[in-house]
Unconditional design. Structure first.
Length: 347
């Protein structure tokens, strides 16, 4: 018959202090067991039996760590003394006796979460219109939103679903896990840029299709001052229609480059002069060279309604790869159409 180590009457529960004492006694017992199993292993010639004792000794070492981890949660003084002892050892011997860092493998959920975060960051950096236009998050599960235009009747529009699929190879996952490095997401980055472009094209299509938007002609902007004059005329019509600051001018990359020219007559970049009229001049590759858009970035002019917002879903394995889907639901809600101006080059 074994004797209870705490001489505890059956049925009585342990107090916090007694649990700590039980953990200390358990650590002592495990250390004694480790020494016993290792001594026995050294005395056994048959490797088959010796390996069993050595394996059990390793398991007992794990139990020591488990009991010590629990003890640290109950005895703050013990934690301080352990840290103090480690510092004294380092001062006396130069040996760093800190606990080694854990190298726990990331779970599948952690991996796909990091993939989603990385791809979403690329989307956020690549998208254009949503960075400047007002955004209204209506929530997951919403299929349509109401629009109440200025001076018009209320109507409902559906949210449009945009999606792009991409792949991550299992070899890339294995390599990232093995060496603790970031996952290679070449196809994910491609999908992120494609997705942002889809979103910008959808928004541009809605803006240029507004029947009540201000329409104005523009030149090639080769002549000094042409860009300033034409943007100013468009802004005047927008303000007359009720639009107010801040104004954002969207142009193609090549037209933006023209604004960087410094003309001899003024000695100032055209871009600087245009920025005296609008808050930002933003280049976007979805705009053709013959079109520019000016937007009054106010919710009473329009907003972008977002249901599902840049979601990454894991679809499953496929021929050594993992398929994922990047998607969202979105709609443009115009309220004051004269808060948008479309400048078009003719001839």
């Amino acid at each position: 018959m074994s004797k209870h180590p705490l001489d505890l009457p059956p049925g009585r529960k342990l107090s916090k202090e007694e649990v700590a004492e039980a953990l200390r006694l358990s650590i002592i017992a495990e250390l004694d067991a480790i020494n016993l199993y290792l001594q026995l292993a050294r005395a056994i010639d048959d490797e088959r039996y010796r390996r069993v004792f050595e394996d059990i000794a390793k398991e007992e070492k794990t139990h020591v760590g488990e009991f010590l981890a629990l003890l640290k949660t109950l005895d703050a003084e013990q934690v301080e003394e352990l840290a103090k002892g480690a510092r004294e050892v380092k001062e006396l011997t130069g040996l760093d006796a800190r606990d080694p860092p854990t190298s726990q493998q990331p779970s599948a959920e952690d991996i796909w979460k990091s993939v989603a975060e990385a791809v979403t960051r690329v989307v956020d950096g690549a998208r254009v219109f949503r960075r400047f236009a007002p955004v209204a998050r209506v929530g997951r599960g919403v299929d349509a939103v109401a629009v109440e235009p200025v001076g018009g009747a209320r109507y409902v529009i559906p949210l449009v679903e945009l999606s792009v699929e991409f792949k991550v190879s299992q070899r890339a996952v294995d390599y990232a896990e093995r060496f603790g490095q970031a996952l290679e997401l070449g196809d994910g980055y491609r999908a992120a840029v494609e997705f942002a472009t889809l979103e910008d094209r959808l928004i541009l299509e809605k803006l240029t299709g507004l029947a009540g938007a201000v329409r104005a002609e523009m030149s090639s902007w080769e002549a000094p001052g042409a860009a300033v004059d034409e943007v100013a005329r468009a802004l005047a019509k927008m303000v007359e229609g009720g639009a107010r600051e801040p104004f954002i001018l969207f142009v193609s990359p090549s037209r933006y480059t023209k604004l960087l020219a410094v003309h001899e007559r003024t000695g100032v970049m055209e871009l600087t002069r245009v920025k005296g009229l609008v808050k930002e001049v933003v280049p976007t590759p979805v705009l053709p060279d013959d079109t520019a858009v000016v937007l009054s970035a106010n919710p009473h002019v329009l907003d972008i309604a977002v249901g599902v917002d840049t979601q990454v879903d894991y679809l499953g394995p496929e021929n050594g790869y993992h398929k994922l889907r990047l998607w969202e639901t979105v709609a443009v809600r115009p309220r004051l159409e004269k808060g948008v101006a479309i400048l078009k080059q003719t001839g």
